[in-house]
Design a protein around this ligand. Structure first.
Ligand SMILES: Cc1cc2nc3c(=O)[nH]c(=O)nc-3n(C[C@H](O)[C@H](O)[C@H](O)COP(=O)(O)OP(=O)(O)OC[C@H]3O[C@@H](n4cnc5c(N)ncnc54)[C@H](O)[C@@H]3O)c2cc1C
Length: 476
């Protein structure tokens, strides 16, 4: 007889790790399957050449809407994308839980007040701190403030001791830290469970198929991996990330015939959204001295769906090289790198049913991301206006700004492909995280996000996973 676990979780990123943590500390037996393995702790994840060269990125090839192949910047490793994230752990505003149909913004199935306790608990579990503003940013904030750009402290998932470790303090954003000075899902949620007999962690396990109960396909009894291994559990929690979780469900709905009857099957993979992102680098004369740099968030009342934040460590030489023409001599790149102030500008994206992930069909075809920003042009307009405003303010502050739009492969902030909502005709999972019409399958990753809001999404994903698992525990 195969072992039957209480809970089986697919994926160990923000959502999967938080769900595993909650269930294990409450005494449940959990099997966590992760496609990737553990990242090396030999310092190579801080090597700018390896990181910027994509050494640690997924090599999975996709098609875009025009049939051209591309490689989304995904990370298949223990801890998922949180190992690489910039640790800005921010709540969405209460207004961002409500719908705005004119902009294609969908409502959460509950309001902010109901979600707030989970935000609070997630912040405590992950460990968020604010840091004092440093001198260069302080000077810049005063100048940008004259153009309506207001700042507020930025909550970071970093240990306060990080400031004593210069290499980590200047490389936490976009790099994986080997010493645990960044609060990522591996260090904060999974490592503390290492001694627990309740957690079975299997890495290099790529789930391919969900397995139906013989009598009734609305019950999933287990999973099969690409190498044929099978695992069984009473509850299945999907947390493979917004690009991958919908593919697992689509394949299941098709193979079991549920795609014919289940309204949720028609929605799975749709409403893909991603932050509209632009990197802006401003070059000044003064050599910068700030270390963390990413200590304040910039907001402007004219751009209510947008925010701007400094790049952690401002921007390293590799980023500068990427932005400047390749023929520039090394000494000039170095000259600019010492004087470069980097920012990440982001605007919320609306939902459109035709923007969607389409799983591979099994005949060797590639997965497809059918996404056209033009299907939702409204917020792209706000983004262009805010980039212009921010760059103009930088220019007035004495910095010469350059911008780089982040293309489709920039998957840092994506979601919505298994959206949560009360209506099975327009959403895939209910307010408790259960797939509409299914008995025992839940989604606990960024796929569920009905809105991205103007802030980075990881804290909302952690909080959602907490809410779903606590609901499951309360009902048993
Ligand atoms: C460079 C970078 C910077 C970022 N900065 C920030 C930031 O500052 N603040 C913020 O809030 N967010 C940030 N993000 C985004 C944040 O990391 C993600 O939103 C978050 O990690 C998504 O969580 P998730 O659980 O949905 O998916 P992931 O974290 O991607 O986890 C999914 C996991 O599932 C695994 N998996 C996939 N398919 C399978 C399968 N078939 N079988 C088994 N396992 C599978 C993957 O290997 C992965 O480990 C950043 C991301 C990047 C890349």
């Amino acid at each position: 007889m195969p072992e039957i676990h209480d809970y089986l979780i697919i994926g160990s990123g923000a959502g999967g790790a938080m769900a595993a943590h909650q269930l294990v500390v409450q005494g449940k037996r959990v099997l966590l399957l992760e496609k990737g393995s553990e990242l090396p702790d030999d310092g190579s994840t801080l090597d700018a050449t390896l990181v910027a060269g994509g050494h640690f990125n997924s090599k999975e090839v996709w098609n875009n809407a025009r049939g051209a192949s591309f490689m989304p910047e995904e990370h298949f490793n223990l801890g998922g994308k949180t190992r690489w994230y910039g640790a800005a752990l921010l709540r969405n505003d209460p207004a961002e839980f409500r719908a705005d149909p004119a902009l294609g913004l969908c409502a959460w199935p509950f309001d902010y007040a109901e979600f707030e306790p989970y935000y609070r608990e997630a912040e405590q579990l992950i460990g968020v701190h604010t840091f004092a503003i440093e001198a260069d940013l302080q000077r810049l904030a005063v100048d940008l403030g004259k153009h309506g750009w207001q700042t507020q402290p930025l909550q970071l998932g970093l240990s306060p001791e990080i400031v004593e470790h210069l290499n980590e303090a200047t490389h936490f954003d976009g790099y994986a830290l080997p010493k645990g000075l960044k609060s990522d899902a591996k260090f904060r949620l999974l490592d503390p469970l290492k001694a627990s007999e309740n957690l079975t962690l299997v890495m290099n396990a790529t789930v391919r198929d969900l397995l139906p109960s013989g009598e009734n396909p609305t019950e999933v009894v287990g999973v099969r991996c690409t190498d044929g291994r099978e695992y069984f559990a009473r509850h299945i929690l999907v947390a493979a990330g917004a690009m991958h979780s919908p593919r697992l469900l689509q394949r299941y709905f098709l193979s079991t015939g549920l795609s014919e009857h289940l309204p949720a099957a028609q929605i799975a993979g749709r409403n893909f959204k991603r932050h509209i992102l632009t990197a802006v680098i401003g070059f000044g004369w003064r050599i910068k001295r700030d270390v963390l740099c990413k200590t304040r968030l910039f907001l402007h009342s004219d751009f209510p769906h947008s925010s701007s934040q400094p790049l952690g460590g401002w921007a390293d030489r590799e980023t500068i090289r990427f932005l400047l023409p390749g023929w520039l001599p090394k000494w000039l790149v170095e000259f600019f790198a010492l004087r470069a102030y980097g920012f990440f500008l982001q605007t919320e994206d609306g939902s459109h049913a035709d923007n969607r992930v389409i799983g591979e069909s099994g005949d060797g075809s590639l997965p497809t991301l059918d996404y056209h920003a033009e299907r939702r042009p409204e917020l792209a307009r706000e983004h262009r206006a805010m980039v212009f405003s921010f760059m103009s303010a930088m220019l007035s502050a004495g910095l010469v700004p350059f911008k780089q739009t982040i293309g489709l492969s920039g998957m840092a902030h994506c979601g919505g492909t298994l959206m949560t909502g009360n209506d099975p005709a327009t959403s895939v999972v209910d307010a408790q995280g259960k797939v509409h019409g299914m008995q025992n399958i839940y989604v606990v990753d960024g796929s569920v996000l009905p809105r991205l809001g103007r802030m980075n999404p990881a804290l909302s994903i952690y909080a959602w996973a907490l809410r779903v698992t606590q609901g499951l525990l309360a009902n048993r």
